[in-house]
Ligand binder design. Structure first.
Ligand SMILES: *Cc1c(COP(=O)(O)O)cnc(C)c1O
Length: 469
């Protein structure tokens, strides 16, 4: 066996990465190659024999780049997607280099220690109860899943039912109350948990998509039995926050567990000027958030928090004869996430928190909100553009009015043109039955110039004659 050549492929990857990132501000934000051409560029027969590693990395990068949607760009405003902060990206490279299997303290002591430290920092940053347990998962979906598994355990345990041992057949029926504008990952988590999406009683929401506390009180009174209430802070369309303090008071009065989906909204708790939006959030029983959205950690990165660590561990933990379980005080990540083997994703989170610090995180989140307000203000200044939501966070819903009255069709056409034009990238949605463009400002590198250039591009694409050119 020859000595391994680390330098060749790693140098290629480093140079390609640096080239990619430095050219990012000048690249079209959307992909420039379509699916059939990408398949062709990347395809071919099963490789019969070996090929030089550096060549493979170089050819992969060349073939893949035109098919990248450049989400790390400061002018990417689609869905709710953060960029990768330089320190977090670099720490994530190390996580890959070190290749730690972060399931057990015995197998990955540094990864375990880093997750424990970063977890404690986040608990403090968000103002959650000190005993809160933390799991580092792939994203908001799995954070919601893990939290709801802990909730399922605890609410059935209180009924004398051991769901981990006996499953759900014959168990008391669990009721889940969630706002009509909840994220679909809640429904999906309930499917995975065997509760089924029909376990949900939808609770009415107001014009911004916030759960109405009076409607929650009514819904709680209408049924009984073990109950989970899912609140949401930061809805994907309007960015609106359910009144989480009021929800906790009402739900706890009825003996329910309160889970908070705060995939991006929980970060408002770290910002003095926005913290009022999350008032009372610390009273909940579990929380979900993302690292890859507002903390700007590379994909994938989510965090689950639980105020009842024993319920968290009961739902996720595992004991096996061949495993080496952490000695007293040593953290085994496997007890807090649904994974067995897993990537050491805490390193990137740790690096992001450490580089930004409490004030840097607050500045990042607040800056995004200020820039979202600028988007709204500049677009709404035009007669044929309507902003549909109260822009209280980082999300803006925009509708484009057409002289022919087909505002839905025109709005969709504008979204489509903007995506192809390349200056910036936004996605569309349906809000209260009307088509809208969604603008989400979630990237650490976005500045005022990015917003102004994007506003101009959007307005160009919204001109009645834009389709003809
Ligand atoms: C993004 C999001 C999710 C899903 O998170 P992933 O990280 O994509 O798994 C869930 N809830 C809300 C409110 C979100 O914005």
């Amino acid at each position: 066996m020859d000595k391994p050549d680390w330098a060749g492929p790693l140098t290629e990857a480093y140079e390609r990465s640096l080239g990619y990132l430095t050219a990012l501000p000048d690249r079209p934000v959307g992909n420039t190659m379509n699916w059939p051409d990408l398949r062709e560029a990347l395809g071919g027969p099963l490789p019969e024999g070996p090929e030089d590693a550096r060549d493979v990395v170089a050819k992969l990068a060349t073939a893949a780049e035109p098919g990248l949607v450049n989400t790390p760009s400061g002018r990417f405003f689609g869905f709710v997607v953060g960029g990768a902060h330089p320190a977090a990206l670099a720490a994530d490279w190390l996580a890959t280099t070190w290749d730690q299997n972060a399931c057990l303290a015995a197998l990955a002591p540094s990864a375990s220690a880093v997750e424990e430290v970063a977890g404690e920092w986040l608990v403090r940053l968000f103002g959650l109860p000190v005993q809160t347990s933390v799991g580092f998962v792939t994203g908001g979906q799995m954070a919601n899943f893990t939290a709801l598994a802990a909730a399922r355990h605890e609410m059935l345990r209180r009924e004398g039912w051991d769901v981990e041992a006996d499953g759900l057949a014959g168990a008391p029926r669990l009721r889940v109350l969630a706002g009509r504008q909840r994220h679909d990952s809640i429904d999906r988590a309930l499917r995975f948990l065997g509760l089924g999406r029909n376990a949900i009683t939808p609770v009415e929401t107001d014009d911004q998509g916030r759960m109405r506390p009076d409607a929650l009180a009514e819904a709680l009174a209408e049924g009984g039995g073990p109950t989970i209430v899912c609140a949401q802070i930061g809805g994907v369309n309007t960015g609106a926050f359910d009144p989480v303090g009021e929800i906790c008071a009402i739900a706890h009065e009825a003996g329910a567990w309160v889970h908070v989906d705060g995939a991006f909204g929980l970060w408002a708790a770290a910002v003095p000027r926005l913290r009022h939006l999350t008032a009372g959030v610390e009273q909940a029983d579990s929380w979900a958030t993302d690292g890859h959205k507002w903390l700007n950690v590379p994909y994938d990165s989510g965090m689950v928090f639980c105020a009842h660590p024993e319920a968290h561990r009961a739902a996720m933990g595992i004991r096996a004869g061949y495993l080496i379980h952490g000695a007293d005080g040593e953290r085994d990540a496997i007890d807090y996430t649904p994974d067995f083997s897993r990537r050491a994703r805490g390193f990137a989170v740790y690096a992001a928190i450490r580089t930004l610090g409490r004030t840097g995180i607050a500045d990042l989140v607040e800056r995004c909100c200020t820039l979202a307000a600028r988007f709204a203000e500049r677009l709404a200044a035009h007669d044929d553009v309507e902003v549909l939501n109260d822009v209280s966070l980082n999300q803006v819903l925009v509708r484009f009015l057409s002289p022919d009255g087909d505002h839905d069709g025109h709005t969709r056409a504008v979204v489509d043109r903007v995506q192809r034009e390349g200056t910036c990238w936004m996605s569309g949605t349906i809000w209260q039955g009307r088509a809208a463009m969604r603008i989400s400002v979630s990237n650490w590198s976005t500045d005022q110039d990015d917003v102004d250039r994007s506003v101009e591009a959007i307005l160009r694409c919204a001109r009645p004659d834009a389709g003809d050119r």
